[in-house]
Structure formats: structure tokens, C-alpha cells
Design a protein around this ligand. Structure first.
Ligand SMILES: Nc1ncnc2c1ncn2[C@@H]1O[C@H](COP(=O)(O)OP(=O)(O)OP(=O)(O)O)[C@@H](O)[C@H]1O
Length: 279
């Protein structure tokens, strides 16, 4: 695969707070329509890694080493204005706790439409029409009704669908889902994961799926990185990592999650075949 074909490439990314390094070297590539998962316990560096790729590291933190390229463009030296152009149009993200990303005093449809007017320069009618299409695209039934709802009138799962609609509104090539289903109950979580898979298949969206839950990552991802204390302890095709974990911490994660149904994914025939082919 040539460099031009990669929509996201992280090469030995290190993130530091002053002289203290918090993330100790993360590398992965993502092709159009690809899915990579980052799994690990709280504080392992998953979110900082994502934030570095979104150009939103917290104040005082910096990319201290390595490189990040988004759609072939090295991010070092990007101005704030260039970042604003890139976010949304090329790379988007959704996070845990969707309600906190919505304005409580505006209807959800008007919030998507307003973003389209500002960022895509659409007129009022076109923005409304496009927002309705996006609500339908994230499988919200009766988009006209949902459009006029305020955030508190929607369930957590619906709010997250609205945020996914907003995140894909400018047709980005990459979507980062950072614990995007964590606060949702299991059924809704599965529906949102299905939606992400649908979007990936229908639009070629590439996904970075971040979760502390190995089952979430196993369901969606072709490649997985297992992180602990800012270190990638294991990385490879999901099938190999699940079936033949090399690191003790990965084995611990698998054992912990067996009770939550990870065996469903371990039993997936396609994963077995891929794992077998690798040996
Ligand atoms: N703004 C900050 N200033 C200093 N240290 C930080 C900051 N943000 C995160 N860290 C530290 O960096 C490390 C990695 O944090 P990060 O948020 O990336 O972990 P995570 O794996 O995403 O965990 P969680 O799932 O809890 O968000 C942690 O040790 C954390 O305390």
C-alpha cells in the first residue's frame, strides 16, 4: 500500500507533558474503509493518541516525537486555521457522553443545519434538507420529527446518532469513535456499532475505534492495538491478537471479557480463518 492511499498514518507518536512522556510511541496506518481499534484500561493513553490526531491535545501537552499524516498531509506545522479546515472535512470524532456535545437550547436538526451553513456554506433550505438526509443516514426513524427535538428529548443512543450525523456531515475520510458507546446499554451499543459498520461499508469511512472493552474492538476492527501505561504492548490483526495473544496483559483482557461474550467473536469463522492463515 502506497503512502498516498493511507488516510491516517501515525509513526512512533510520543506525547509529553513538559519533560514527562505520557505516550511512548504509537504507530499504525489506516486505509480508506479500514478499521483500527485501540483497547486498554483507563489512563493507558488511548484518548491522548486520538487527540493528537485531531490536533486537540490538552494545553501543555505536545507531540514530542514521531509524525502524523492525515490523508497524506503531515500535521506538523499546521496552523489553527488549517486544523479547523481539516477537522470535520477530513477527520471527525465522536466521544462518550453525547449530551455534553449538544447545545441544550437548540433543536438537534438546527444544530446540524447550522454547522452545514457555516462549514459547507449551504443556504438555509439546503442545509435543512441535508441535515434531514443525514438523520436518515444514521438510521433515525422519522427524521422530520427528530429534527425538531431538543437534545434532552432524545435517548443517549439517539443523541449519539445525531452526533455521528454531525461528524460525517462534511463527508470526512476518518471517524474517531472514542468510547462512543461506553455509556450506552448493551443493545444500543450494538446498534451504534452496526451503524458505524454500515457507514464504513457504504461510504468507505475509515474508523479508529477506542474502547476499554475488548469485545467492542473485536466486533469492529481488523487491526488492534493494546495499550497500557502509554505503551502499545501488543498490536496486530484482531484475529491473531485474540487467538494467540503474546502479552500477559492482552491475555488478562481476554479472560476478563470472556464472561461478557467475547467468545462470540472468538468463534467467528472469518476470524478463525484469518488467524489460521497467519500461522
Ligand atoms: N491534560 C493532561 N495533563 C497531564 N496529564 C494528562 C492529561 N491528560 C491525560 N494525561 C495523562 O496521560 C495518560 C493517558 O491519558 P489518556 O486520557 O490518554 O488515557 P485513556 O487511555 O484515554 O484513558 P480514559 O479511558 O480514562 O480516557 C494518563 O496518565 C493521564 O493521567
Amino acid at each position: 500500500m502506497t503512502a498516498e492511499k493511507k488516510v491516517l498514518a501515525l509513526q512512533d507518536v510520543r506525547i509529553a507533558h513538559g519533560s514527562r512522556e505520557l505516550v511512548h510511541g504509537v504507530s499504525f496506518d489506516l486505509e480508506p474503509g479500514g478499521v483500527v481499534g485501540i483497547v486498554g484500561e483507563s489512563g493507558s493513553g488511548k484518548t491522548l493518541t486520538c487527540r493528537s490526531a485531531l490536533g486537540i491535545l490538552p494545553p501543555g501537552l505536545r507531540l514530542s516525537h514521531g509524525s502524523i499524516a492525515i490523508d497524506g498531509q503531515d500535521i506538523s506545522g499546521l496552523t489553527a486555521r488549517q486544523w479547523t479546515g481539516l477537522r470535520g472535512s477530513t477527520i471527525g470524532a465522536v466521544f462518550q457522553d453525547p449530551a455534553s456535545y449538544l447545545n441544550p437550547s437548540l433543536t438537534v436538526g438546527s444544530q446540524i443545519a447550522e454547522a452545514l451553513r457555516v462549514k459547507a456554506g449551504l443556504g438555509r433550505r439546503a442545509a435543512r434538507q441535508r441535515a434531514l438526509e443525514l438523520l436518515a443516514e444514521v438510521h433515525l426513524r422519522d427524521p422530520h420529527r427528530v429534527y425538531d427535538r431538543y437534545p434532552h428529548e432524545l435517548s443517549g443512543g439517539m443523541q449519539q446518532r445525531v452526533l455521528i450525523a454531525a461528524a460525517i456531515s462534511l463527508r470526512p475520510k476518518i471517524l474517531i469513535a472514542d468510547e462512543a458507546t461506553t455509556a450506552l446499554d448493551v443493545t444500543v451499543q450494538a446498534e451504534i456499532l452496526d451503524l458505524l459498520t454500515d457507514l464504513r461499508e457504504s461510504t468507505g469511512l475509515a474508523l479508529v475505534v477506542v474502547s476499554h472493552d475488548l469485545a467492542v474492538v473485536a466486533q469492529l476492527c481488523e487491526q488492534v492495538l493494546v495499550m497500557r501505561d502509554g505503551v502499545v504492548v501488543e498490536q496486530g490483526p484482531t484475529a491473531s491478537v485474540l487467538h494467540d495473544p503474546q502479552h500477559e496483559y492482552t491475555r488478562l483482557l481476554i479472560t476478563e471479557h470472556e464472561q461478557y461474550g467475547l467468545e462470540r467473536y472468538l468463534d467467528r469463522p472469518d476470524l478463525k480463518e484469518t488467524a489460521g492463515a497467519g500461522h
